[in-house]
Design a protein around this ligand. Structure first.
Ligand code: PMP
Length: 414
């Protein structure tokens, strides 16, 4: 990585300028790189394994993994072969391909709680379908969600208020993740109208310390749902396959009634899924939900291949191994350079926040310097590790972060 390139990415700048004219604000949602530190690219040319190349030819070791979908490595050969085989014979046809049934069988077999599955494309599709099924099954309206948790970008859950009516959110009641009392209060407020309680695999709200669910909280969510005859909905969109293949609350011994999956399940190909228990099969049968591309064979072939690969390895163990190496390395470097950092979340989905950094100026600078030394980190959102990251890759990332700490210690942000 040539640090002199750092402030000048002409192709990226030109694409942003062109996009600005033909796309509102140039880029929407989480892919808007203007909120990232200076030097971060918005446009990428290609990916391979755990590496990304931006349009200006800079190569990075990627710790965002396309915000989750890259589970096994970009262009993983087994996935790409399955994709090419399916692409050669048909993707979007008058109806699903046999991959639909093959994947459904295999998916249900591996999701610990699941008796059935329905497929969609995006995470928002899946969380929305879960809410619809919970309401259809119970005939009730209230859905409990954790304050500031992200469940997607439809009006009922988008974090921005523009274009959203009060009616869109009228039947949401908020609780605080891991707070039993606030959960009880939300349940009480819902009264006899409780359709479902939605939880994330762990608390992974943007720009906040990550928090694993406590056993007491998970038990309480299960008990309240069962007692009220409401659905426990696990939003596994971000956590899926990285914490536990059968579902991230499996280690807690708590099973959801409905679960929303997406991101990693097809290693980067567009697919989401809702799994559910038998008692909700009837409601799932009666709702109307579909999409022109939802049964596409290519993403399903990719998802089958992803299961094949993950069956042959202990993915979680690998992610934990490299994740621990990264966490310990950062810990040591921060102490060595005199910084206090807070590392939270499971090691395979790490977040590094600087203490005394309310405006994130340290975090932003740190990431900018790491980027200029070849490591693509995120200052506020949890990062993601993948199977393609090796110990050597993590060592290279740590070399970049060491230089970033060094640069920061020499700056006014010390
Ligand atoms: N739920 C969670 C927990 C997510 O992290 C996301 C995406 N970041 C979604 C739902 C929405 O997924 P998508 O962007 O694919 O609609």
């Amino acid at each position: 990585m040539n640090p002199t390139n750092f402030h000048f990415n002409p192709k990226d700048a030109s694409l942003r300028e062109r996009a600005f004219k033909v796309v509102p604000s140039g880029m929407t949602g989480h892919l808007d790189a203007s909120v990232l530190p200076q030097g971060y690219p918005q446009y990428f040319e290609r990916g391979q394994g755990c590496h990304l190349w931006d349009v200006d030819g800079r190569k990075f070791i990627d710790l965002m993994c396309s915000w989750g979908p890259n589970l096994l490595g970009y262009r993983h050969p087994t996935i790409e072969q399955a994709v090419q085989r399916q692409q050669a014979i048909g993707d979007c046809l008058n109806g699903p391909t046999p991959r639909f049934v093959e994947l459904a069988e295999q998916f249900v077999e591996r999701s610990a709680h699941a008796d059935w599955v329905m497929f969609q494309k995006n995470g928002t599709d899946a969380t929305t379908v879960c809410v619809t099924i919970a309401r259809a099954a119970t005939g009730k309206r209230k859905i409990l969600v954790a304050t500031s948790a992200y469940h997607g970008a439809d009006p009922w859950c988008t974090p921005r208020p523009a274009g959203v009516t009060a009616e869109d959110r009228a039947h949401l009641i908020y609780y605080t993740f891991n707070d039993l009392q606030s959960l009880q209060q939300a349940v009480d407020q819902a009264g006899s109208d409780l359709a479902g309680i939605m939880v994330s695999g762990f608390k992974h709200d943007m720009a906040q310390k990550l928090e694993m669910p406590t056993q007491a909280f998970a038990n309480s969510v299960r008990e309240h749902s069962s007692k009220a005859g409401a659905a426990l909905i696990l939003d596994e969109v971000r956590t899926g396959y990285r914490l536990h293949k059968g579902g991230s609350w499996e280690p807690l011994g708590i099973r959801p009634d409905l679960c929303a999956w997406s991101k990693a399940i097809a290693n980067g190909y567009a697919l989401s899924a809702v799994t559910g228990v038998d008692s909700l099969r009837d409601a799932a049968t009666h709702i109307f939900t579909t999409g022109s591309f939802w049964a596409g064979g290519v993403a399903m072939a990719a998802a089958i291949a992803t299961l094949e690969v993950t069956d042959q390895i202990d993915l979680v163990k690998h992610l934990e191994l490299i994740g621990n190496h990264f966490r310990q390395g950062i810990e040591k470097q921060a102490a060595g350079h005199g910084f206090k950092v807070n590392q939270s979340g499971p090691v395979q989905m790490p977040l590094i926040l600087f203490e005394d950094d309310k405006d994130f100026s340290k975090g932003l600078k740190f990431c900018a310097h790491a980027l200029s030394n070849g490591a693509y980190l995120h200052p506020k959102h949890n990062m993601f590790l993948c199977l393609a990251h090796t110990m050597d890759d993590i060592d290279l990332v740590l070399q970049a972060t060491d230089k970033a700490f060094q640069a920061l210690s020499q700056s006014s942000l010390r």
